[in-house]
Design a protein around this ligand. Sequence first.
Ligand code: FAD
Length: 415
Amino acid sequence: MKVMVLGAGVAGIATAYYLRQSGFDVTVLEPQLAAGRETCCVGCGMSGGVAPWVARSTVLQTMRGLLLRHGPPALRPGTGWQQYQWVWRLLRNCSAAGRAASRERLLRLTGYGQGCFAELCEAAGLDGAGGRCGMIRVFYDRQQLEMAVADMQRAVSNDLSCSLLLPDEIGRVEPALHGVRHRLAGALYWPGARSVDCCGFAGGLSTLARAAGVEFRFGSNIEQLPGEGDRVQGVRVNGALLRADHYVLALDERARALLDGLGIAVPMHRFRSHALAYDITDAAAAPHSTVFDSARGVTITRFGRRLRLHGMQELAGRRPDPQRRHALAMVADTLFPLAGDSRSGEFQAGLCHVTPDGVPVVGATAYANLTLNIAHGGSGCAVACGTSRYLADRLAGRTPEISGEGLDIFRYATC
Ligand SMILES: Cc1cc2nc3c(=O)[nH]c(=O)nc-3n(C[C@H](O)[C@H](O)[C@H](O)COP(=O)(O)OP(=O)(O)OC[C@H]3O[C@@H](n4cnc5c(N)ncnc54)[C@H](O)[C@@H]3O)c2cc1C
């Protein structure tokens, strides 16, 4: 059976690899000239830690941040009415039942995705590139810490082993935070989380997929997905119609326009996310774990001799906002003041695509030969590895290792 995978981000490459492993004849179509160029190589690190959207504390924080200039993530007046529609849906999902459903789905995907991510790192020979370094989520505010602890206690059954650290215990796990412990209310710690440079991961995984027999057609910009009855007729690329038995859509926000043409409405919106990377000048003053600053929504990851901060998301266009550079540098200077010169860093912005419930859209559609694996901006690369494996199992007729309940596009049918 011939399958076309549309898009060569982490989701597209991992789907192609797993499908090929299951015996399918797989072609990947991608407009860029290499895999993973669009999002993965714009300052993205990847950690297999728990998705921050899981927490009630994060949803509340996000809503508060929508109104703040330097809060995560911010609204920008005048950048389109869709952002207000998206926020309306986010608010609607904030009922206790809505949050509980999203949390269960994300935890299901995160636990599974971590395992798949580790497996793919090993298969691609990338285990030495970052590896298991743990993840610490720091809190300045006692109330937020308590909310997050309650969220994590509900998640115990999902095997995401996590422990609470009081301020005096933080330095034992992450010595570089010892000097600022008096500012912190506490932290949550996931010892098993891994961090890998996302760009390197996408490159390594595409090499693995190619060696397994996946064909990559770069420079292929998908213009249209014509449909007839309950089937997609093909993929229009540079005016020509390419055909396969099945199509897996793993695109970014541009998926929306293509799916609109098929009458499928996906409520995902793009967030601009900022990244700042700079050289470490004092190795002992820089963290070994990945650190997530809960107040600002910023992740700090060490890759060799570089420290990378990412966050400061907003519902807006692609151009970096210079104000966000200062805000990221401020987070670095607060937590790791002696690690290096944050003002000298390289600053970038990239786009993430997020649904209002934070859960990616994964599974079948009303078209019998079209499957979706999209909107991973809120859950991250490790989850994309897990959803890819889940889809390959389904298409191969095997029983997937996780349930697909509430992951597909039909969950929005009643919204
Ligand atoms: C600055 C930044 C930092 C991040 N840091 C982290 C992190 O630390 N950890 C983490 O887990 N996640 C992080 N993320 C999120 C992560 O990058 C995304 O979750 C992930 O890249 C999503 O992968 P994807 O394959 O779904 O989408 P993408 O990587 O966006 O891939 C979609 C692909 O579709 C292609 N495409 C688009 N339109 C067409 C078309 N018409 N025809 C053909 N192909 C098309 C694009 O070129 C692209 O290659 C970060 C994101 C950003 C922007």
